[in-house]
Design a protein around this ligand. Structure first.
Ligand SMILES: [Zn+2]
Length: 169
């Protein structure tokens, strides 16, 4: 509401949403670049970055095969780097950008890290645990809920996955 003595200069809501989307697309490009690295390593192409105060503080791509580590998903690799970077196991004000909807393990880790916001590209109908088969990040029974934005650069994120699985057939 505007008061008589000072006019607030906030842009209308629609343009704020647009700006936020542009920003999300900007950061999603870095997650896509991470996914590209997974392609090069012949791993399922998923990439993630964690952003705090307009800076990337952690990044990772999916690498369970090469690392012989079932937990080496893009999100976990990025979370470990970000937590080391801020020397804190909680990432309260950070946003994660990931190309594909996180699995149950990663969604759980994001809740444990108290991530503020999660932005993902394409949904994962078989394993996705944010919207698709479970809703871990917004479950009110847990002690932390995450703001979710889905569908940012969805086509590009999906294309990586489709090309990968097509090449394997
Ligand atoms: Zn995962």
């Amino acid at each position: 509401m505007q008061s008589s003595e000072g006019k607030t200069k906030r842009p209308p809501k629609s343009s704020r949403v647009l700006l936020e989307n542009l920003n999300d697309e900007f950061w999603m490009n870095f997650a896509l670049a991470e996914a590209q690295q997974a392609v090069a390593a012949n791993e399922v192409p998923i990439g993630a970055v964690i952003v705090l105060d307009n800076r990337i503080i952690g990044s990772g791509y999916n690498q369970p095969i090469s690392k012989c580590d079932p937990t080496a998903h893009a999100e976990i690799v990025a979370l470990r780097e970000a937590a080391r970077h801020v020397a804190n196991y909680r990432l309260t004000d950070a946003t994660m950008y990931v190309t594909i909807e996180p699995c149950a393990m990663c969604a759980g880790a994001l809740v444990n890290a108290r991530i503020k916001r999660l932005v993902y590209g394409a949904s994962e109908p078989r394993q996705g645990a944010v919207n698709s088969i479970f809703q871990i990040c917004t479950n009110s029974s847990l002690n932390h809920q995450i703001e979710i934005t889905a569908g940012i650069k969805e086509a590009e994120c999906k294309t990586f996955m489709q090309a990968f699985f097509k090449a394997r057939r």
